[in-house]
Design a protein around this ligand. Sequence first.
Ligand code: HEM
Length: 403
Amino acid sequence: MSVAAERLQLPLTRPNVLDLAPLYEVLRREAPIAPVTTPAGDPAWLVTRYDEVKQLLGDKRLGRSHPEPERASRITTAAVQDGPTGNYETEEADHKRMRRLLTPAFSAKRMRMLSGHVQELVDGYLDQLDAERATAPGGVVDLHTGLAFPLPVAVICRLLGVPESDREHFHALSERMASPGEGNEAHEARAEFSRYMVGLAEAKRREPGEDVISDLVRAQSEDETYDYDEMIRLCVGLLFAGHETTVNRIGLGVLFLMKHREQWEKLTADPDGRVDATVEEIMRLGAPGDLGLLRYAHTDLDVAGVTIRTGDAVILSINSANRDEGAYADAESFDPDRAERSHLGFGHGAHFCIGASLARTELRVVFKTLAQRTPGLRLAKDMDELPVRPTITGGVAELPVTW
Ligand code: HEM
């Protein structure tokens, strides 16, 4: 297949994170910065090699917002992982402010506090699954609905400061917001969520804690220009950025380990010693799939023999970069012992994942605890039969297992 000369039509349906690997392999070899047409019909550049993806993620001449928001939103719907679309001119200032407001939430102290809570949650979900397994036909239970899906949102609740008694309600509200259906319903879901968050902020104002909403309320009393809308936007941003991404890494991690049974056996033999490297390898090979991270050129620039023009959309595939043979020996194999430990699974540069330490904590606790408590874990369905989640970050909708 030669892709260098013509504009490549990208797949119309959202692919599984694993399905694009053969296409990426050809692109890296033949057209590492390829002119493509997104599923929404927009022209864009797709960047697939590690060196260029990393270089462009660190390049300030590319930004997340577009001078013409109308065009930008069409591309955003095209299976490209995008952040909040902001105003072109104020992007940098807004972004710095967002990082400054959220940074205390991810301090080492908060992470230590959260890690005990993550362990309690994982133990609780596994107790529940163990009980279900005793009566389930064939002893089969669903690790997706029983662990992978509820864990990240429960952790975000604790991070934000949502009381335990409100967790179910909060979860239902955020679910409705994420898949709101038709017009009015979307508006209602958003309004209800906002009312809940304002009530919570008022409670934190009276009685602050070690959580994001208390941080934001404190910042608000020091900064007149900061309002509840901004607080709600930041919290929704955390929910969207931190939920699906983590759910899907747990699911993909289980699939990788079941497919490469020898790596699972090694992990169960030494969970403490091997879990960190195993999680990094899951993050490398299971990096958010689909097409990639979206940027727009703020100025003309030449990269690897290609001229990208001002306003052009650029899709940076971290999934492809992470499986680049030029950067990793035997790149497609799942090998936690590989020498190259760094990867772009949490991005790079100014937008590097602010929740990376939290996500790592969750993944480490999940895989260590599974290895300790369920060494006989196995999939109860063929891997190819598992339904794929229709989300922008790639993962499975069901994970039937037994042990
Ligand atoms: C940014 C991946 C978990 C919050 C990012 C980016 C990636 C990423 C690739 C960069 C986006 C870009 O450059 O456009 C992941 C993965 C996760 C995960 C794979 C799970 C394994 C989390 C969690 C949170 C979080 C748990 C918070 C609760 C954020 C935020 C940003 C971000 C706020 C935007 C940072 C910025 O624009 O400066 N994440 N993330 N993420 N992530 Fe994560």
